[in-house]
Every structure is written in structure tokens, then in C-alpha cells.
Design a protein around this ligand. Structure first.
Ligand code: SF4
Length: 346
């Protein structure tokens, strides 16, 4: 994709208004999911009558790949495929294969709830997926089923994680959203289970994403508290980030049993290094997880715009970006309506 749009190496990555480069793209391929996690898609809202995106509203795989190519020419180096639940989108392997072929892309990963992963892991690896992040909020079936709210058992997700490891979608990262009074008592069990496996368990502070999960600050368990509780049993040491903008704080077990991560968006905001853009399944560009509106790229695509014109639009949007919701969260006097996380991925 050298030439007009600039080579993948000599990228045109603009800095945003706070000097943050565009490096990561999260691509939501569907707003649907086979779970109803209470902190993301509560059943009361996302029930039988909920109007999900219709087929014709969704970007096709070819449209997603074309947009992704333009994003890479504008500086993106890592793409995370997400949803809703990406594995509910039919023939997702075809999209992964297309994305894996983009020159200049250095990392292609996926966030999944693992429910459909076991039978698909090997093929996803073969067509070019590099790694996976699997969500698992407890090892106790009753707790996990209460959180996913569709009675889905832990064992099936653990099968998906092991299948991913066998397929070399590694390192497998496991994300646990910790909610006080719901699954915070599961933290040490989870840590114990994943120690020595090579999988990286990451604890995520419960966030005020979207408008439907009834978020309350007192239900947040600060990452520092989680790390302290583990350190008291298995001593930890802090590890340098892999790269600027890495969301998880890294900690290593001093006894060599591996690594954990802590994503502290509420108590230790990391907006100053946020290099992430998000593309919704219907082609809207969001510049923050907590954004209240997106920028329509689908009309440009379907309206006959050239890649150059799309790149110009993308750069205009990014260079004007000032988002830092997590840093402003508590100071906000008139919170704006926020897009649902299930529309843009975590
Ligand atoms: S709140 Fe927005 S700007 Fe801050 S880290 Fe999250 S996505 Fe980035």
C-alpha cells in the first residue's frame, strides 16, 4: 500500500490534540453476543425485542479490510477484533485471513468470551490470528453463570483457553472484570488456577461503560487492592510495560510462576498514553471507549470515496481528538450519554 497513502513504514500517523499517535484499532464485527454479561449487556436492556444491527447495516469483510488498510497506512500497527462476541459472526475466519494479509500490520488479536473458541482456535491460527484474550470472571459456576446471565459453564470457557494454547494463539490473556460483592472473592482462586500456566490473567476494574450497567463507584475494587491481596500470598514485582499505551499494569510472580496484569481505568487512568481508535460494526469511528458519538466512515466507503479521501477524514478526526474520559470521570458535572461497549468492544 505504498505510494499515495504513504508506505506502511513511513506512516502518516498523526498525533492527536494531546500528542498521542494512532497505533491500535479495535474492530467490532458485530453488536450481538451469546452472553448477557451484567456489566456490559444486561438482559433487561438487551432482551428479545432489542434492535440489533441488521445485515445490510454491517460492514462487509471487504469493507472492514479496506478501512483497516487505510488505518494501517495512517499508523495503526495492531488490530484487535472484538464485538459483541466476534465468534458469533459467521465465517469470521475469512475476515481474519484478509486482515492478516495487510502489509505493515504487526499484531492481530481477538477478544472473545471463549464460548465458541475450542472448535475454531486452530483454524483462526492457520488463517493468521496471532493471539487471543478470553474473558472469564470466576471459576465458580454459580458466580460465572450469574455474571454471564446465560447459564454458560466455566468448563467450556476453560476448554476454549486450552484449545487456544494448543493452537499457539499465545500468550493467551484471560480478562476478569472484578465487581465488589459479586466476584471479588474469586480473585485468589483465579490467580492460583492460572499461576504456572503461561496464560496472563488480567484483572479489570469495573467500569462505567455505556448507559445500561448501573455502575456505582463503590462496586469498583481498585487494582491496587487486588494486587495487594495476591502479593500477600504470592509475592509480586512490577514489570516494565511492553510498549507505550499498554493498558495493563504488569506484575511478575517472584517465584517464577508467570505474570498478571491490572487494568485500572477508574483508579489509575491511562488516557495520556491512549493510542486506541474503535470501529463499530456499522462503520462508525469512535475515539474513546466512553465516547458519546462516532464519526461515520461507512457512508464515505459506500459513497465512493477514495482511500486517500478516507485517510484524510481519519486524520482530521484523529488530530482533533482530545478524549480522556477516565481522567475526567469524577470531575464531570454533566455526563454525556455514552456508546454501549457492546457496540465498540472493550
Ligand atoms: S477513557 Fe478513552 S481516552 Fe482514556 S484510556 Fe480509555 S479509551 Fe483512551
Amino acid at each position: 500500500m505504498a505510494g499515495a497513502l504513504g508506505s506502511a513504514d513511513g506512516d502518516r500517523s498523526p498525533g492527536d490534540a494531546l500528542g498521542r499517535p494512532l497505533r491500535d484499532l479495535r474492530v467490532s464485527v458485530t453488536d450481538r453476543c451469546n452472553f448477557r454479561c451484567v456489566y456490559c449487556m444486561p438482559k433487561e436492556v438487551f432482551g428479545r425485542d432489542f434492535q440489533f444491527l441488521q445485515r445490510e447495516e454491517l460492514l462487509t469483510f471487504e469493507e472492514i479490510t479496506r478501512l483497516a488498510r487505510v488505518f494501517v497506512a495512517c499508523g495503526v500497527r495492531k488490530i484487535r477484533v472484538t464485538g459483541g462476541e466476534p465468534l458469533v459472526r459467521r465465517n469470521i475466519e475469512r475476515l481474519i485471513e484478509q486482515l492478516a494479509g495487510i502489509e505493515g500490520l504487526r499484531d492481530l488479536t481477538m477478544t472473545t468470551n471463549g464460548a465458541l473458541l475450542a472448535p475454531k482456535a486452530r483454524t483462526l491460527r492457520e488463517v493468521g490470528l496471532r493471539r487471543v484474550t478470553v474473558s472469564l470472571d470466576s471459576l465458580e459456576d454459580d458466580v460465572f453463570k450469574a455474571m454471564n446471565d446465560v447459564d454458560f459453564p466455566v468448563a467450556r470457557v476453560l476448554e476454549g483457553i486450552e484449545a487456544a494454547a494448543r493452537a499457539a494463539l499465545t500468550p493467551v490473556k484471560v480478562n476478569m472484570v472484578v465487581k465488589r460483592g459479586v466476584n471479588d472473592h474469586s480473585v485468589l482462586d483465579m490467580a492460583d488456577h492460572f499461576r504456572g500456566t503461561g496464560h496472563v490473567l488480567r484483572f479489570i476494574e469495573y467500569m462505567d461503560v455505556g448507559m445500561t450497567n448501573g455502575w456505582r463507584l463503590e462496586e469498583v475494587v481498585p487494582a491496587a487492592e487486588i494486587v495487594r491481596s495476591i502479593d500477600a500470598v504470592w509475592p509480586l514485582e512490577l514489570v516494565e510495560p511492553n510498549y507505550r499505551g499498554e493498558v495493563a499494569g504488569r506484575y511478575r510472580y517472584r517465584d517464577g510462576a508467570g505474570e498478571i496484569g491490572a487494568i485500572a481505568s477508574v483508579t489509575q487512568p491511562f488516557c495520556r498514553d491512549c493510542t486506541r481508535a474503535r470501529l463499530s460494526a456499522d462503520g462508525q469511528l469512535y475515539t474513546c471507549l466512553f465516547a458519546s458519538r462516532g464519526h461515520d466512515l461507512r457512508s464515505l466507503l459506500r459513497g465512493g470515496a477514495s482511500d486517500e479521501e478516507i485517510a484524510e477524514r481519519l486524520i482530521t478526526i484523529w488530530t482533533r481528538r482530545t478524549d480522556r474520559h477516565s481522567e475526567l470521570r469524577t470531575a464531570e458535572t454533566r455526563p454525556l450519554p455514552k456508546v454501549e461497549m457492546s457496540r465498540i468492544g472493550g
